[in-house]
Design a protein around this ligand. Structure first.
Ligand code: NAD
Ligand code: TYD
Length: 355
């Protein structure tokens, strides 16, 4: 692979993928991102001046511009991460989820298909369209069992329904048009550069600022947590060696209730930044999320057996790294909390297409 077009590269997972690709491979990366509230180029400062990195400020719903990107950069693969990604936002404002996650994926698939059709036979055979999706498409589990690649889709939130739709489109573009696709469905990620609307960074930063730690409902909902760099490694493996037309579930074998997660963060903070009262005293129960899925748990056996992937971090080591990162990166944190990161992008990238 020499050139990979990464959509959503200024987001949490996309930026981790790009930092890894630049640091650990010799590929050229084209970061295609609209820079919504979740896109933050400050997460990519370490690669911004690398000659193998290029930023394109583009909305994936913009048909003409997306088509031009393929002609201009001649990618060997697409890693499609651009999405609206927060369940709570999908409840209060689903339109952007339908637009980006469904129409945006459709737009990208059409552009990729046209480009792919015109490639030489050799390049056609090696081209890949890698769609990055979520385990939330499978719905909610009871106390037992795991999501496998054969679990029926039962999305419950506007977010998961929009991602399920995009998964189906990707599947159809493979079966109907022969576009060489792979799809991955991953569990909840956590780690550095995570926008503090999601549970783990929100709890860390609220705790540090003496604010309430909001727990939806009873806090007994269960998520399967994976450190973001482990996800990025799995994505690279699937792109390189995954079988065309297949889907791969990726998860950390780390099931935790939300209350367990919040207590684990508080315990680490009690140790690293002790205060008079334990941080857990800030825990506050708030009304539950409508339609709140009870439990997600991934059987990651296929990606382990077929491709030899396994996570390097346990939940304990990954969470400690994460808390430590938020404590030692006040510049990134302050810019995100104040909204200053948008001005920073304006000042630093206005000459490179960002506005
Ligand atoms: P994120 O919200 O942090 O980042 C999304 C990125 O996409 C942002 O940089 C944003 O600017 C960009 N974007 C949004 N709309 C766009 C558009 N119309 N055109 C171009 N760019 C646009 O999301 P994330 O947590 O990094 O998730 C990345 C992908 O991984 C998503 O597809 C998500 O569904 C999937 N996923 C996430 C998780 C998780 O726990 N975060 C787990 C499994 C799968
Ligand atoms: P979140 O990080 O939003 O990810 P997702 O909804 O995609 O799983 O939420 C993780 C879990 O934490 C989920 O069960 C909802 C819960 N939660 C809270 O209890 N309080 C909060 O403030 C947030 C943001 C989430």
């Amino acid at each position: 692979m020499s050139t990979i077009l990464v959509t959503g590269g200024a987001g949490f997972i996309g930026s981790a993928v790009i930092r890894q690709l630049i640091a650990e491979t010799d590929v050229t990366v084209i970061n295609v991102d609209k820079l919504t509230y979740a896109g933050n180029l400050q997460s990519l400062i370490s690669v911004a001046d690398n000659p193998r990195y290029c930023f394109e400020h583009v909305d994936i719903c913009d048909t003409a511009t997306v088509a031009n990107l393929f002609h201009k950069h001649q990618p060997d693969a697409v890693m499609h991460l651009a999405a609206e990604s927060h369940v709570d936002r999908s409840i209060t404002g689903p339109a952007a989820f339908i637009e980006t996650n469904i129409i945006g994926t459709y737009t990208l698939l059409q552009a990729a298909r046209k480009y792919w059709n015109e490639l030489s036979t050799e390049r056609k055979n090696t081209f890949r369209f890698h769609h990055i999706s979520t385990d939330e498409v499978y719905g909610s589990l009871g106390e037992a069992g795991f999501f496998t690649e054969n679990t029926a889709y039962q999305p419950n939130s506007p977010y998961s329904a929009s991602k399920a739709s995009s998964d189906h489109l990707v599947r159809a573009w493979y079966h109907t048009f022969g576009l060489p696709v792979v799809t991955t469905n991953c569990s909840n990620n956590y780690g550095p550069y995570h926008f503090p609307e999601k549970l783990i960074p929100l709890i860390i930063l609220n705790a540090c600022n003496g604010k309430p730690l909001p727990i939806y409902g009873k806090g007994d909902n269960i998520r399967d947590w994976l450190y973001v760099d482990d996800h990025a490694r799995a994505l690279r493996l699937v792109l390189e060696r995954g079988r065309v037309g297949e889907t791969y579930n990726i998860g950390g074998w780390n099931e935790k209730s939300n209350l367990e997660v919040v207590h684990a963060i508080c315990t680490i903070l009690d140790e690293l930044r002790p205060q008079d009262a334990p941080y857990a005293s800030l825990i506050t129960y708030v009304p539950d999320r409508p339609g709140h899925d009870h439990r997600y748990a991934i059987d990651a056996g296929k990606v382990a057996h077929e491709l030899g992937w396994k996570p390097l971090e346990t939940f304990e080591t990954g969470l400690r790294k994460t808390v430590n990162w938020y404590l030692t990166n006040p510049d990134w944190v302050d810019a995100v909390i104040s909204g200053e990161y948008k001005n920073w992008i304006q000042q630093n990238y206005s000459d490179r297409g960002a506005s």
